[in-house]
Design a protein around this ligand. Structure first.
Ligand SMILES: [Zn+2]
Ligand SMILES: [Zn+2]
Length: 325
């Protein structure tokens, strides 16, 4: 087996054969297929968290309070929302970074990527798509890898190990980064490190080749990465530098969720200290697992004073769940 090497393909100056598919990448894919090496391609699109990203420059908007990417919502109207604190921003008319107009959500979906790959590489190319929309059981899909050239997957396929796979491709690095989670950089680092350990050549397409996280990934120095992470967390008051509590209110009845939320918001408003970061969803954005859901986010150096006051509401109520880290 060969040593793992990471190659960055900068997209700012790239020639494209289709959206997110650069000319340079096509050559790599063609060579791999010609020498019978299977390719694992990642195109991040996790759950119903929809990323918003500029199709021209890869820019994405972050929440000013939480430093995580804003998610794209179309209901009740198009806007960007922080899934962490509920901060809402209007949907941009042009990209704030490059003034480009290719800004409709994530641009292309994974199915369109699949179609374009076949169009470019020829109709004999066998692409196996594994994502939330493919219904077959994961085990059956894995058995199918043998008869395909390319495995195209979202995060759900990140731990695929198959002796035939020789090349790993991240189609758009920013798409991973723009997933709304405060530990997303850690997730990406672990994921790419995992593939490095398989000793496979890795190709990463990106509009931000200078991104500090990419540098950490290339260096592969865990200690230095942890220092980097710790600086970011300190700046934006995340664990372990602060306590973070998410109170989720969920019920089949919309009114019950609204009533409980109102009570909790009032109580926290009275009890909270000046230093406590306090934010909540102002609307019910989507039904999840058949229930309406709204959440409250609290951050402070010490939250125990507040959470002990809320214990009755949290423990007694089946519709209230607390996540505390
Ligand atoms: Zn842009
Ligand atoms: Zn936020």
């Amino acid at each position: 087996m060969q040593d793992s090497t990471i190659t960055i393909i900068p997209l700012q100056t790239a020639k494209f054969e289709a959206p997110n598919i650069s000319h340079e990448l096509v050559q790599i894919l063609q060579e791999s297929i010609a020498s019978d090496k299977k390719i694992l391609i990642f195109y991040a699109r996790r759950g119903n968290a929809r990323a918003w990203i500029c199709g021209d420059c890869g820019h994405y908007e972050k929440c000013h309070h939480c430093d995580i990417a804003l998610a794209y919502h179309t209901h009740p109207k198009k806007c960007l929302i922080c899934h962490h604190c509920g901060y809402k921003a209007p949907f941009p008319i042009v990209c704030p970074e490059c003034q480009g107009s290719k800004i409709d959500g994530v641009g292309v979906g994974i199915q369109q990527i699949e179609e374009n790959l076949i169009k470019i590489l020829g109709k004999d190319t066998r692409v196996l798509r594994i994502d939330g929309d493919t219904n077959e059981k994961t085990e059956i899909l894995y058995e199918n890898i043998d008869s395909h050239n390319i495995v195209l997957t979202t995060q759900i396929g990140w731990s695929i190990v198959h002796p035939g796979i020789w090349v790993v491709v991240y189609l758009l690095f920013e798409l991973n980064l723009s997933l709304p989670s405060y530990h997303i950089e850690e997730d990406i680092y672990n994921e790419i490190s995992y593939h490095k350990k398989q000793k496979l050549p890795i190709f990463i397409q990106t509009y931000t080749p200078e991104h500090p996280l990419l540098r950490e990934i290339m260096d592969g120095n865990t200690k230095s990465f942890l220092a980097y992470l710790s600086r970011e967390r300190k700046d934006f008051l995340y664990p372990p530098f602060a306590e973070l509590a998410t109170i989720r209110v969920h019920d089949e009845q919309k009114k019950k969720v609204e009533d409980i939320m109102r009570k909790l918001i009032n109580k926290i408003g009275i009890l909270k200290k000046e230093t406590t970061f306090f934010a909540f969803d102002t609307d019910i954005y989507e039904k999840s697992h058949g229930e309406y859901q709204q959440k409250i986010v609290l951050k402070d150096k010490d939250l125990s004073y507040l959470l002990s006051e809320l214990e009755v509401e949290i423990v007694r109520n089946r519709s209230v769940t607390l996540e505390w880290n």
